[in-house]
Design a protein around this ligand. Structure first.
Ligand SMILES: Nc1ncnc2c1ncn2[C@@H]1O[C@H](COP(=O)(O)OP(=O)(O)OP(=O)(O)O)[C@@H](O)[C@H]1O
Ligand SMILES: [Mg+2]
Length: 253
């Protein structure tokens, strides 16, 4: 199978700090790849480079067969590169429905105002209902986003990313601050995304979740790749244990 995302020799420095140093990896459609490493390793920076929020100093990013290295972030998003943020980002003082429609190509396709009237039976409604089965709670679509608890917002951010019909989804610490039940829901949403052929890059510090959910894991430290492989391989890699996992933090820890 042809990879959906290829990252070749990507570099990025902020002054003297090299946040990405010759990073390379490939992601297949339907693959969940974990991206792990210590605080400040360069994980979020790498997502910013892939999604186009930062420009690469050198290297290239090929997405869906196209070189997107110089493409602006909004075009990459339209082409099917979706992402979520370490801290959920929503339009304040707007209802949940508006927030779900934000930035989606569906908003364009269906006509924003048409969807806004709340007509049932649109593909947007059907798709949202489908996705909501995985999040496991009911929402009042007219309610203001500010009243939605943190854990539910984190889940809604993934739902919103999926509504853009992405080919690749970049998720930054989706389980941070969530309880066990909510983490399970994040995992079921990500597995559902992968089952629909979406390639997922998952940054996460919750090791049991990473080890049990990811097909492969890329480990970075000080902007450099220090390990790559299956969860089993990575958790047995001495360099990875030394830099990040420590003893007893690997598989099934
Ligand atoms: N916009 C920026 N300007 C200056 N330095 C930055 C910028 N963004 C990131 N950095 C630096 O790059 C390095 C990598 O940061 P990054 O946020 O990518 O780490 P991370 O692996 O996501 O960490 P965490 O696990 O804490 O989220 C850090 O030293 C950080 O201070
Ligand atoms: Mg980060």
């Amino acid at each position: 199978m042809e990879p959906i995302l290829k990252v070749h020799g990507v570099c990025k420095a902020f002054g003297g700090v090299v946040a990405a140093d010759q990073i390379a990896f490939e992601l297949q459609p339907g693959e969940i790849m974990g991206l792990i490493g210590p605080n400040g390793a360069g994980k979020t920076t790498l997502l910013n480079l892939i999604s186009g929020i930062y420009a690469c100093d050198s290297g290239e990013i090929v997405f869906d067969g196209r070189d997107v290295t110089g493409m602006p972030a909004y075009k990459r998003a339209r082409a099917g590169l979706a992402r979520t943020f370490q801290t959920p980002r929503f339009l304040q003082r707007s209802d949940i429905r508006d927030n779900m429609l934000l930035g989606t190509d569906l908003a364009d396709q269906l006509g924003y105002w048409k969807s806004f009237t709340g007509k049932k039976g649109t593909s947007f409604e059907d798709e949202l209902a489908d996705l909501m089965q995985y999040v496991g709670f009911e929402l009042d679509w007219e309610a203001d986003i500010s009243g939605v608890p943190y854990g539910q917002r984190k889940l809604m951010e993934i739902v919103r990313a999926m509504l853009t019909h992405p080919k690749v989804m970049l998720v930054d610490e989706p389980a941070a601050g969530l309880n066990r039940k909510e983490v399970e829901r994040v995992v079921s949403l990500l597995n559902y995304a992968a089952s629909r052929g979406i390639g997922v890059v998952l940054i996460e510090h919750a090791m049991d979740m990473v080890m049990n959910t990811c097909h492969n894991i890329l480990v970075i430290s000080f902007g450099k790749v220090i390990g790559y492989g299956t969860p089993l391989e990575v958790s047995a890699n001495p360099q990875v244990i030394e830099a990040y996992l420590g003893k007893g933090r690997g598989l099934n820890a």
